[in-house]
Ligand binder design. Structure first.
Ligand SMILES: Nc1nc2c([nH]c(=O)n2[C@H]2C[C@H](O)[C@@H](COP(=O)(O)OP(=O)(O)OP(=O)(O)O)O2)c(=O)[nH]1
Length: 131
């Protein structure tokens, strides 16, 4: 099966994490952590900074690794590195997503997360980074 390498940003502010809803494609409507595919020659960090600029017109710093997802979708294997990120500049302007929410511990599971993201949500809960 084909593997796609993706990076995703876990942006936490005041105990809440920034979640976005996919606006296009096969998984449209599902909620995710913003990010995208790593391109040839890029490090994970470079890919993440580029993707967040492209999707949200915002510059982030990549602070630490949180979780590695290995998930089999019917058509491909997803290998997704998730990193804690902080906003350096910008206002998370939605250029590609259809909606966004800041989710805390109480409503973390109130959105329809993409199937691969459930384990990231579990890891965030276990780490106790949300309030
Ligand atoms: N960004 C992101 N993608 C995720 C998450 N969970 C998950 O299953 N995915 C899947 C959806 C897509 O199949 C893939 C990400 O690819 P993408 O389409 O966003 O990548 P890209 O921005 O480079 O897009 P494109 O140019 O190929 O359209 O990973 C997540 O939390 N964040």
């Amino acid at each position: 099966m084909k593997t796609i390498n993706v990076v995703a940003a876990v942006i936490v502010h005041d105990g809440k994490v920034f979640a976005t809803q996919r606006g296009y494609g096969e998984l449209a409507g599902g909620w995710e952590f913003p990010g995208g595919k790593v391109e040839a020659g890029e490090t994970s960090e470079q890919a993440l900074v580029r993707e967040i600029r492209e999707e949200l017109e915002t510059t982030v710093s990549v602070d630490s690794f949180v979780y590695q997802v290995e998930y089999d979708y019917p058509a491909f294997h997803l290998s997704m590195g998730c990193y804690m990120c902080s906003i350096v500049e910008g206002h998370l302007h939605l250029l590609e997503h259809s909606a966004a929410k800041w989710l805390g511990a109480a409503n973390l599971r109130s959105v329809d997360w993409l199937p691969a993201d459930i384990e990231v949500v579990n890891a965030l809960e276990a780490k106790g980074v949300l309030s």
